[in-house]
Design a protein around this ligand. Structure first.
Ligand code: MN
Length: 255
């Protein structure tokens, strides 16, 4: 940590105007110098994508803060690789409008912004408010996270936490969880355009319940608890290494 005041890079995927980001910026500014680098528009579902086919523009939106015409990962990458003069002590992403539980984290731009910070060697926290809309009260969870950081301090470099608040979060207890899983019960939606040509919408996320028992993030939110899941970026399936090795041996053997 720097010797002076805490410095926090704040991003999100709902865009720099989103109520959740505004509330988080206001709350964190009581304990830290907050630098906002966030997308110009809503890029929810962008996951970890980086924009590589065109240059990016950074529009100043305040002292040390920028809106970027790119993805959440673009924002945090640029912020930490030259855009900002000062390095942060912590990267925070959110507060997202809606939960990021189970396999949501694979698609989430909120988690991706935090993950980009973790990949570049910073401690990072992704924050979401379950069942929220733009009119929800983001001030209560924002203040709760601020107070938690003020008490507990920042985390080791590269630590990535996925925090989900229940919609009624005032006074809620915090608990460590693992990712659960959703049912695979979504269908894409087919519609016809005015010229009778088919067009498609990606379907909504599946309902919780495939793996939502005690210990999971789904269970914590259902119990009105604040869910905190530590995430890692190593996707290696260690339990399959042996089977893969055997498969390769089969494929290489000649009879
Ligand atoms: Mn979002």
């Amino acid at each position: 940590m720097n010797s002076g005041r805490l410095r926090i890079l704040l991003s999100n995927d709902d865009g720099f105007r989103a109520a959740g980001l505004r509330a988080m910026a206001e709350a964190l500014s009581a304990i830290a110098e907050v630098m906002v680098v966030a997308p110009e528009t809503n890029r929810s579902g962008a996951s970890n994508s980086l924009t590589l086919d065109r240059p990016l523009r950074a529009r100043a939106i305040g002292e040390g803060s920028y809106a970027i015409d790119g993805t959440p990962a673009d924002c945090v990458n640029l912020a930490l690789t030259g855009l900002l003069a000062a390095k942060p002590d912590l990267v925070v992403s959110g507060i997202n409008t809606g939960e990021n539980l189970g396999e949501d984290v694979l698609y989430s731009g909120t988690v991706a912004a935090a993950m980009e910070g973790a990949l570049l060697g910073y401690p990072a926290i992704a924050v979401s408010l379950a069942n929220a809309d733009e009119q929800s009260n983001f001030a209560v969870p924002a203040a709760a996270l601020r107070d938690f950081i003020a008490r507990a301090g920042t985390l080791p470099a590269g630590t990535l936490l996925n925090v989900n608040f229940p919609l009624e979060s005032k006074g809620a207890s915090w608990c460590a969880t693992r990712l659960g899983r959703r049912h695979k019960d979504t269908r894409s939606v087919r519609q016809l355009d005015p010229k009778n040509r088919p067009m498609y919408w990606i379907g909504p996320t599946g309902s919780p319940g495939f793996d939502a028992g005690p210990g999971t993030d789904f269970h914590a939110i259902a119990q009105q608890l604040v869910s905190v899941t530590p995430l890692q970026t190593d996707l290696t399936a260690y339990s399959s290494l042996e089977d893969t090795t055997a498969w390769l041996r089969e494929g290489s053997s000649r009879t």
